[in-house]
Design a protein around this ligand. Sequence first.
Ligand code: ZN
Ligand code: ZN
Ligand code: FE
Length: 728
Amino acid sequence: MEGLVQGVGFRPYVYRLARELNLTGFVGNDSRGVFIEVEGPAERVAEFHRNLMEEPPPAAVIDRVMQKGMPLQQGENFVILESRATHRPKVWVSPDLHCCEQCLEEVLDPANRRYLYPFTNCTHCGPRYTLITGLPYDRPLTTMAEFEMCADCRREYEDPMDRRFHAQPIACPICGPKLCRPLEEVVDALTRGEIVALKGVGGYHLVTDATNAQSVSRLRRGKRRLTKPMAVMVANIEAARQLAQVSVFAAELLQQPARPIVLLPTLHKLPQAVAPDMKTLGVMLPYSPLHHLLFEVGKFQALVMTSGNLSGQPIASTEAEARFQMEGLAERFVDHNRPIEIPCDDSVVREFRGQPLPIRRSRGYAPFPLKVSKQLRPSLAVGAQMKSTFCLGAGRDAYLSQHLGDLDSLENLDYFTRVVAHLQSLYRLKPEYLCCDLHPDMMSTRWAEKQGLPLVRVQHHHAHLASALAEHGLEEALGIILDGTGLGEDGTIWGGEILRGSFATYERVAHLKPIPLAGGDLAVREPWRLALAHLWSAGMPWDQTLDSVQMAGMNEERFRVQLERGINCVQTSSAGRLFDAVAALCGLRQTVQYEAEAAILLENIADKNERGSYYFGDPWDAGPAVTAIFRDLGRGISPARISMRFHRGLAEHLAILAARYSDGLPIVLSGGVFQNALLTELLLNELGTLRLPVFMHRLVPPNDGGLALGQLMVGAARMENGGIPTCA
Ligand code: ZN
Ligand code: ZN
Ligand code: FE
């Protein structure tokens, strides 16, 4: 049996089932999965099989079952065999699981021997991926290997009828990991408003009382993260409802075993500093017993829980890293001695029309594989640069890694290298070829070039299209790709693209009319530059009353000459940058701290009651829309109405393009702009009236966090077609 069948209580389950049915034989783990031999009357063997298939243990996923008849062994009973490592693993590494109800009850029960013990877990719950050092999943191949079980734990571990039978990370206050400081001290510190660096499951969090505006502001200054929203943890769903609107589906998302951060419509009950100017609040529920205990003892309404790192650094997972990154910022360090084998940041997801829309697929999901329609040779796709993830492929499985941050820094690049090596060694996979972005300056591309393997270079937006195809098992589609930036085949920067194609090939049937991007990357951080470039391209004057024009100040003339002569300018069709430009024109932000900040504000302020919309030129020219925005600003129309007219106009125009070019193909939506729920909503409405089938991301993020999956599939198609990739 292959699939997610180890680390989820599979063998004990099989054992109990076989005993109940009075069957003899054995069950065991090896690196290919679980093997079972049962012997007994045919109808009971059939019942055994039916039970196993219809009601496997809750966290298990059976991917493949192979069966054959065997000579009778005439055994006396049913036993569980020792694990053995044999072939290349065909089991999946379980993602980390949240603390189950039964374990939580024990932790809160004064009569239980695990009362208030923060590292309680069982066969069905607890950390997995972050502490597994090798397969098969067994205690010696986890970071718990160094802890010797006490007699009580050993008894539970060895008793097939116990719910901790073969729970590899089993622990108790006597024999298990310990928190370096008393829980009460941590709670006191948080109550006093201190900033605490707290070691958790996949790494450190910076934690502080979310209702304490001063503490939150101090944390922001210390982390040099002035505007980017921070997530909070609350005790339970009821507490979440005090802070945000929680729909039925959002409640489901919050309670998934992965326990992701869920972006919810905020009720603005917490200090502004938690998520300045945001209409959403990132909320998660406790997932380790330690989190539950903080809330149980401290009765906090909400705790800010942000990744324990400085920007550009991976999430800290050892005491040394934590001290190095957060000394002077954290006012107290709370470590524990259960080592983290591989760090993993929290996941982020939002609800869209009763479905999940992943923003960051990480802890609790990674490295669970995505099933793909192609048979993959061992291969590795290295993703993009920001929101880095990679994807390892073999057979029908595509293992998408956790979020690895921006590869701009050496530390994050090291983290990337380390996680690649870890996942390759877990699955004993040696890629035969690599897939990377077309852009030669991306750190991921440079990394791939150094590996000495054949390399398939994939255009960025083709990879976005392919990631959507892969997720939905489609062969061909019309892709509406609205993205930040990516290098195009013609040397310009693309990002607003209508691509028709498959994994093997694509056609760029339409794109946003390019404008000059002056100053390259600087324009991403300074949207006023984009506002001026769009005005200039539309033939509109630079009116001194506009904030964007005032930002140019003394440099206005030089900037104009730069655009006119194309000095240090690259042409771009980026849709993300168009949103930035419109936000800057509306006076929302002239400079930003993080990518898409201005665009998010533009979405936030939109007046949903506004019915108007801007017109785009044919085939796709933002000039007429920018002209209309300029005129509306002059007439004193509010930014809220302008924003809505812009969103609606773009959606209407995209629907026209989709109808013109789809040729009966399904439509897929991909690219970072599709994190914008308003635009997506409007576009789906337009496409719905045209009766075009539309697919959007449900499993991987529409942003570059899902790119590696697309690269992997394009690479596989090109290899199949005999395209010999260029050697590095
Ligand atoms: Zn449990
Ligand atoms: Zn113990
Ligand atoms: Fe992208």
